[in-house]
Design a binder for this molecule. Structure first.
Ligand SMILES: [Fe+2]
Ligand SMILES: [Fe+2]
Length: 363
């Protein structure tokens, strides 16, 4: 179950049931209908976010909101306020108290998920102010570029590659100085899984590359390839991306289409280096030809892509997901060693040596 907890505070049973159903696959959800119980729970066991309705026993949502806003630390809690009408005075009062996100019922599940992600990520991104400048710059610039890519894909516009390369410069600088763990800490609770996964891929690829002597522009290509390798997942529906159970054949096909989507987007964008393209296009290929989308084998696989496949599998195993905790790096590396001829085991060995020391205090 997800470590991210969302409290839903709503005295209308039909409405809270809908909201619980909308969120329970992605968040650990608790429900309260009255002010006293909700405030106790928030104060003693603060959640990741709160969805607060106008309808709370005994006197509505506003007195509870006022109480929350008076408690130091809780005043920074991500809160989404809901009501049945846009003209509702509760929503206006909530905005007056500093609430930034309001939703009018009935709302779409996607609108609620989007609102929660924006609220949770806003809080996390503001906390990066405490991270040292170079790592903070790496996080801020890669987030901006990543969010920008989602918009470009939506508009059918090409990617200005220089913006990705420039955003990766502080990341590569931080990795080269062996100072990247605050970045890994900083994204631990971030709510955009594809961003978290691609940033971890970018950091680990740069760490891997730096350790085996890759420098300068080549190291930037590795980091950029990591950041871009899964951008086609932006078009894969949320419910498939976050499905904890085995995917059906049709769902698997949609999931796998992210490689072709990524490839089309990057090939339609001038200036993307061949190394970054190879990482994006071949990171699900396997040495024995059992991978996708082309079933490439042995020497047909680019060296950078072999590194990317290893880091991608390591990332997938050690990423935290809504439905699973992160696996220990040691165990992930052990599983990868047992994949035998599917991976370049010489490179797995090198990656293992590179990571084992660093991984002792991985977030
Ligand atoms: Fe992928
Ligand atoms: Fe990936």
């Amino acid at each position: 179950m997800s470590a991210r907890r969302v409290y839903i505070i709503d005295a209308n049973s039909k409405h809270w049931t809908d909201t619980v159903n909308a969120l329970s696959a992605l968040y650990n959800v608790a429900y309260y209908s009255d002010q006293g119980a909700a405030l106790d729970a928030i104060a003693f066991d603060p959640p990741t976010a709160v969805v607060l309705d106008e309808n709370v026993l005994p006197r509505g949502g506003l007195p509870l909101l006022r109480e929350i806003c008076c408690v130091p630390d809780l005043d920074k809690l991500p809160i989404i306020c809901t009501a049945t009408s846009e003209r509702n005075s509760f929503l206006a009062d909530a905005i007056g108290l500093g609430v930034q996100t309001t939703l009018v019922k009935p709302f779409r599940r996607s609108a609620l998920l989007q609102a929660l992600s924006t609220e949770i990520n806003g809080k996390i991104e503001r906390s990066w102010v405490r991270i040292e400048p170079i790592q903070r710059a790496a996080l801020r610039r890669t987030t901006q570029v990543f969010n920008g890519i989602a918009e470009l894909i939506g508009q059918g516009a090409p990617l200005p590659y220089e913006s990705v390369r420039d955003a990766c410069e502080p990341l590569v600088e931080a990795v080269s100085a062996d100072r990247y763990k605050d970045m890994l800490h900083g994204i631990r609770e971030h709510d955009n899984y594809t961003y978290v996964h691609t940033l971890r891929m970018s950091i680990f690829l740069a760490v891997f590359g730096h350790a085996i002597g890759v420098r300068g522009n080549d190291l930037l290509v590795l980091a950029a390839g990591g950041l871009l390798h899964d951008v086609g997942k932006i078009s894969v529906p949320h419910r498939i991306l976050n499905k904890p159970d085995r995917l059906s054949d049709a769902e698997m096909q949609t999931m796998r289409s992210h490689v072709t989507n990524t490839s089309m987007f990057l090939r339609g964008s001038p200036g993307v280096p061949r190394g970054a393209l190879a990482i994006a296009e071949q990171h699900h290929e396997k040495l024995d030809g059992s991978g996708y989308p082309h079933g490439l084998k042995g020497k047909e696989l680019n060296e950078l892509a072999r590194m990317a496949t290893i880091v991608d599998i390591f990332g997938a195993l050690t990423d935290r997901r809504a439905y699973k905790e992160a696996m220990e790096p040691e165990r992930a590396l052990h599983i990868m060693a047992r994949l035998g001829g599917l991976l370049d085991q010489y490179l797995v060995g090198v990656f293992r040596t590179v990571l084992l020391d660093a991984a002792k205090d991985f977030p």
